[in-house]
Write a protein that binds this ligand. Structure first.
Ligand code: NDP
Length: 592
């Protein structure tokens, strides 16, 4: 494939520069005032109950995958007194809130959906749809008895270590003031909806909602994909063309009277190739298969070699192309690796742009749908109906040439000098990233001697293994940061963390200790190790702006440190932590 690399670089730069704006992440606004209900639970009315003042062994804040898999491992380890606290009316996290039409996982179900073997579930599709994933969350909770002691529709408002009782005091919006010997937090990195700070956004008088609070009463249809039949006579606008929009636009295009897709930056859309799972084939999988699939996916997705690609999807394809290019160029120096990455990415993105031409009938629309940046600058998307949606007669792509919607007024939106009158305006504008953790989680955490976690992390996250924080005894964090940082399959990070926390608690409880805490030295040494490795998520300022690179503004040191991962990559981290927890001496932790 002949590619004019200089011309391509120039085009990427030109497109990126159009989108750079001085306000960076500040361009987004919180859903307050007239939009405050976007933060509320539209699905479940909280059942009345008396406030609690009891004590549990471990309280877990967040009932998404992090809480579920950790709860499951704790139960397996014989720690029965587990309480999950979740602000939604049921478990599921992302999959509880996001019920927009077409929602599905974009990492293969066999590695994305945790605890499949333990719960005996066969995913129905290679990429399962949201209702099945939500049901799986409930299946995990039922299987491990996690509903028994759970507090749903309950938001933590304060979390405080009591150094006389050696207990965490947890206060909630339901009047609870309970104690827990241990706490763990899995509050999720992207869950607080954000809105574009477009002038006049408050003045719109038509119907509107954020994709994570889809209003089926207005649109008709349901999360299972039934037609959005109430939109037949409506003019619908959607702002945003990220991973969420890519999944719901095909449904809107099929049913809306007219659909206007307001685009600032097109997503890269590779093939999906979803298919049903054959139960006969599934029955041939040998016990232990899911861990093998996880290991195989992570190895291949991060550039390793394996005899077989079990998952075979867009993610493993990206990495194997880079890896094969390294072999082809025969240069394993850092420069050689970079060259291989650039060459393989240029080919991949050229294919993705060619795919647009093959699918989209209208040449001008096709041109506007082509992404001009490297594939990993933004979340890569995979879909077999999104580009096709622009061939529907009622669907119009409104490209804003990188500038975004200029103004919103009572009846619709303005792009340049053109006004689009709308009955419904949907915000597919994503979720807060890079804002302070206490704002996203809704509470601060106060450790020993009244120290706030927000103060401790004022210059960036510090931890041992991404899990333990000095000054915060008996507290565990569950997420990808300062650990494997495996972005292509977030649940893998959580499954491993659940195992680790269960092993620590089993050890602590069987030895009769009151406190587990990392030492300052161990914490420092871990962060230094990560800093020396410099493997950080995002921050590539040659990329088009987005949440992967702090909207194109150089990140402060603090954010960079918070996004660090284990120097030798996810596979090495998972091996390291498996060894660490199996030796039984838990180096870096003090048990008192
Ligand atoms: P994103 O943050 O990815 O997308 C927000 C969109 O809003 C972007 O297209 C952005 O444009 C656009 N936008 C913002 N302001 C304006 C404006 N003023 N005018 C016009 N457009 C504007 O949010 P998503 O909800 O799509 O996805 C968030 C993340 O959630 C994904 O990256 C992914 O990690 C995850 N996700 C995963 C899915 C899965 O696994 N199946 C499915 C959906 C989401 P621009 O690009 O120019 O900034």
């Amino acid at each position: 494939m002949e590619i004019d690399k200089d011309a391509l670089r120039a085009k990427y730069l030109e497109e990126r520069n159009k989108r750079l704006r001085a306000d960076g992440n500040e361009q987004y606004v919180e859903p307050v005032g007239k939009f405050a209900h976007y933060l509320e639970d539209p699905y479940v009315e909280p059942a009345p109950r008396e406030p609690l003042t009891d004590e549990v062994t471990i309280a877990f804040i967040g009932g998404g995958f992090a809480g579920l898999v950790t709860g499951a491992r704790l139960k397996e380890a014989g720690i029965d007194d587990v309480r999950l606290i979740e602000k939604g009316g049921d478990f599921g996290g992302t999959w509880y809130w996001n019920r927009y039409p077409g929602a599905q996982c974009d990492t293969a179900s066999f590695v994305y959906m945790p605890l499949l073997e333990e719960t005996g579930h066969m995913p129905s599709e290679k990429y399962a749809h949201a209702p099945e994933i939500l049901e799986h969350c409930q299946r995990i909770a039922n299987h491990y008895g996690l509903y028994d002691n759970a507090l749903l529709s309950t938001e933590v408002t304060d979390l405080r270590w009591d150094d006389e009782l050696f207990r965490w005091i947890i206060t909630t919006n339901r009047g609870d003031e309970m104690r827990a010997k241990y706490v763990a937090m899995g509050t999720g990195p992207l869950h607080r909806p954000k809105l574009p700070g477009i002038p006049g956004i408050e003045s719109y008088e038509g119907h509107s909602f954020h994709t994570s609070r889809w209003d089926y009463e207005y649109t008709g249809g349901n999360p299972a994909g039934a037609p959005l039949d109430k939109l037949a006579d409506k003019r619908v606008g959607i702002i945003g063309t990220g991973a969420t929009s890519v999944q719901c636009v095909p449904h809107l295009a099929k049913t809306a009277g007219e659909l206007f897709v307001f685009q600032r930056t097109p997503s890269s859309i590779d093939t999906r190739n979803n298919h049903d799972i054959d139960p006969d084939w599934f029955a041939t999988l040998e016990p232990g298969w899911q861990q093998r699939w996880l290991n195989n996916f992570t190895l291949l997705q991060t550039g390793g070699f394996a005899e077989e690609d079990l998952v075979m999807d867009g993610w493993t394809d990206i990495s194997q192309r880079i890896r094969d290019k390294v072999v082809e160029l025969g240069d394993v120096s850092p420069d050689g690796m970079l060259q291989a990455y650039h060459d393989s990415d240029d080919e991949k993105m050229t294919e993705i742009r060619q795919r647009v031409d093959q699918i989209v009938d209208d040449e001008i629309t096709a041109e506007k749908l082509k992404p001009w940046y490297r594939q990993l600058c933004k979340r890569p998307c995979f879909h077999d109906a999104y580009l096709q949606a622009f061939n529907e007669p009622g669907t119009t792509l409104v490209d804003t040439d990188g500038k975004g919607v200029r103004q919103i007024d009572a009846t619709g939106v303005w792009v340049g000098d053109t006004h689009y009158e709308l009955d419904l305006l949907i915000y597919a504008s994503g979720f807060e990233v890079g804002t302070p953790y206490e704002r996203r989680s809704g509470f601060d955490t106060v450790g020993r001697d009244g120290q706030k976690l927000s103060d401790k992390w004022a210059d960036g996250m510090v931890s041992l293994h991404g899990t333990h924080v000095h000054g915060f005894p008996n507290m565990f964090i569950v997420g990808p940061s300062q650990a494997a940082n495996l972005i292509s399959n977030v649940p893998h990070n959580l499954v491993e963390r659940g195992r680790t926390i269960a092993a620590i608690l089993r050890h602590a409880e069987s030895s009769g200790v009151e406190q587990v805490e990392t030492s300052l030295e161990a914490e420092r040494a871990w962060v230094e190790l990560l800093e020396a490795g410099g493997r950080s998520f995002g921050g590539d300022q040659t990329c088009t702006p987005g949440y992967y690179n702090n909207e194109g503004i150089d990140v402060e040191d603090g954010s960079r440190i918070s996004a660090l991962g284990y120097p030798d990559g996810p596979v090495a981290y998972f091996n390291y932590i498996a060894d660490w927890r199996s030796t039984g001496d838990f180096a870096g932790l003090d048990f008192r």
